[in-house]
Design a protein around this ligand. Structure first.
Ligand code: ADP
Length: 489
């Protein structure tokens, strides 16, 4: 099949979170299954032209793309996705994508991604490469399914092209004022109360994608169930229930070429489940490099996260007084809301022997924390899939998580399984979103850390788990076939 992946971030070119990881790895797995795959993303200023050897697509040339009645001349660059022969195409338009951040609160944020989506479709037309399926990702690509069926329906070549929309986080929907309709040049008749593109008086790109794509997916089975309820659906639960027969949950995989302690190029000491010596050395190296004292038998807890309410840091804040009384050290890497940045900054001032905080994005440090920490905390309110707990399993870093979304699907609570008579647990988890639950679960983890046999068993169980993309890629192939069938229907 011919599959086009379209998204707003692709690792290693540009990444702010899990979406980047997925678009940097799933296309390779789909390509390995003998498909013709191309990936499309914006050419942000952070994309390192020389390092990744981008070349100008002369065969495509300059394309005039219309947004809001204005014509923007876009160009296209290309290279391979590293460690593969998958083509990646970059939509170049410096006035829109040459900004310091991938996502902005600028007044033309809607136009930036309207242009991107139209430019992707028009680049395909210009290349005469018409995919069987366009795999769209998140709100930044939510208009493509509508465009294919409506604005570009004059192009008979696109008649059979099906669309699949993957929702990586329903908390981000791309809701814009009604005027955006005119920028997007979408038929105004589609905009009415509870209409296919409207949510609470706004034009919602994600809802548009859900309504018009042939199949919809999200990134874990549990999250797929959760988002059909009002507690998790962020107002789109009704639309998803409406499309329930075409809605699926597929767990994200991991690119073990990037996240593997046996080969990781960002960590000083390699290790495997048969020899954890390197892990202990990484812990020492990490503690030294962040100027925390090396203490025997004191667990090191890692956090790598966007610092936002979704990740449960309100509850963490409620629990912090108790948590700081525990005999543990902390390394935190993240950036986000000011109140959480202030919290972690002040913790590292108040507890200089216990807490180190790095505010910002640092890929190298994220690998070192995975390799050096003993535990990894994710107290998320909701977590569509979550990747760090899966990386943690492979790095022998025991996850402590709230049981929601992909966290529920990947972390088996050690004590719960012991009660059932199995020593197959891989971490520690809790249900309730409150400070008592975080504290008591971390207490269970810290208590178990002192029983070396039990702790080693948990590490071994986690490191033996396999979340490679092969299994999930097969499931996506089934969805692509279903999307094609639905499109015909
Ligand atoms: P989300 O997509 O909601 O942010 P995921 O767990 O799915 O959460 O993916 C987060 C990805 O982003 C992981 O690869 C994680 O290591 C990375 N990440 C998050 N914050 C940082 C940071 N401050 N520095 C480096 N990597 C980060």
């Amino acid at each position: 099949m011919k599959i086009a992946f379209v998204g707003s971030e692709v690792y290693p070119f540009a990444k702010t979170g899990g979406l980047g990881d997925v678009l940097g790895s799933l296309p390779k797995a789909i390509h390995k299954l003998d498909n013709d795959v191309k990936v499309f993303m914006p050419k942000y200023s952070c994309v390192d032209h020389d390092r990744y050897d981008l070349s100008y697509c002369w065969s495509i040339g300059e394309i005039p793309v219309r947004v809001y009645g204005k014509t923007h001349k876009i160009n296209v660059y290309t290279t391979y996705l590293p460690n593969s022969t998958v083509d990646v195409y970059f939509i170049d338009y410096p006035p829109f994508y040459g900004r310091p951040l991938l996502y902005t609160n600028d007044a033309d944020e809607d136009e930036r991604f309207i242009l991107f989506q139209k430019a992707v479709i028009e680049s395909m037309q210009k290349m005469k490469w018409i995919p069987d399926v366009i795999h769209c990702n998140d709100w930044q690509t939510g208009l493509i399914p509508l465009y294919i069926k409506d604005n570009y329906s004059w192009d008979r070549m696109l008649d059979k092209t099906a669309t699949l929309l993957s929702i990586h986080n329903i908390g981000y929907q791309g809701r814009f004022p009604k005027e955006t309709l005119y920028k997007a040049e979408v038929r105004p008749q589609l905009f009415y109360e509870n209409g296919p593109i409207e949510v609470w008086g706004s034009f919602c790109f994600l809802k548009t994608g859900i309504m018009y794509s042939d199949v919809i997916s999200t990134v874990s089975e549990t999250y797929a169930k959760e988002v059909t309820t009002s507690a998790y659906g962020e107002g789109l639960e009704g639309v998803l229930r409406h499309r329930i027969n075409d809605f699926y949950g597929i767990l994200n995989g991991v690119d073990y070429l990037v996240w593997n302690p046996e080969t990781d190029k960002h960590i000083p000491f390699h290790y495997s489940k048969d020899d954890l010596n390197g892990k202990h050395k990484n812990k020492e190296y990490l503690l030294k490099s962040v100027h925390l004292p090396i203490k025997k038998d004191v667990p090191l807890i890692g956090i790598i996260s966007r610092l936002v309410a979704q990740k449960g840091f309100d509850t963490f804040q409620d629990a912090v007084g108790e948590l700081m009384k525990r005999n543990a050290q902390w390394v935190i890497l993240g950036s986000g809301e000011e109140r959480f940045e202030d919290l972690f900054r002040s913790l590292s001032y108040a507890f200089p022997d216990k807490v180190y905080t790095y505010l910002g994005f640092n890929n190298e440090l994220s690998h070192l924390i995975e390799a050096g920490a003993d535990m990894f905390l994710m107290p998320s309110r909701y977590e569509p899939c979550g990747l760090n707990q899966i990386y943690s399993l492979r790095y022998g870093t025991v996850p402590v998580v709230r049981r929601t979304g992909g966290l529920a699907d990947t972390v088996l609570d050690w004590h719960e399984y012991l009660h059932r008579g199995f020593d197959t647990g891989t971490g520690f988890s809790f249900n309730h979103q409150n400070s008592e639950a975080i504290v008591s679960t971390l207490d269970r983890a810290i208590g178990t850390y002192n029983y070396k046999d039990a702790w080693n068993k948990i590490i071994q169980n986690g490191m033996s788990k396999e979340y490679s993309w092969e299994i999930s890629a097969e499931k996506y192939m089934e969805l692509y076939k279903k999307a094609v069938k639905n499109r015909k229907g």
